[in-house]
Design a protein around this ligand. Structure first.
Ligand code: ZN
Length: 77
């Protein structure tokens, strides 16, 4: 191994700051329509899609996206 100390420090920082069970906005967005369907059929979100639920709780942008999607789906039914 000939990693220099800067590279090593960067790796350590990434390991510390990244939680492996977190999803990012694009992953959240990919699952958003399925998540909305789950809401509409009244399933438990914490059980069905905990990672999306977790992301929506922390990300205002995705939450707004989700609420818009949800109201659209409600209108269609
Ligand atoms: Zn997000």
């Amino acid at each position: 191994m000939d990693l220099d100390s800067d590279t090593l420090r960067q790796i350590v920082r990434e390991v510390i700051t990244t939680r492996p069970d977190e999803i990012d906005c694009s992953q959240c967005f990919e699952q958003l329509d399925r998540f909305a369907e789950t809401v509409l059929v009244g399933k438990s979100l914490a059980e069905a899609m905990p990672l999306v639920q977790d992301h929506l709780e922390h990300c205002e942008q995705c939450r707004e996206e989700f609420e818009a999607l949800l109201s659209t789906l409600r209108m269609l039914r």
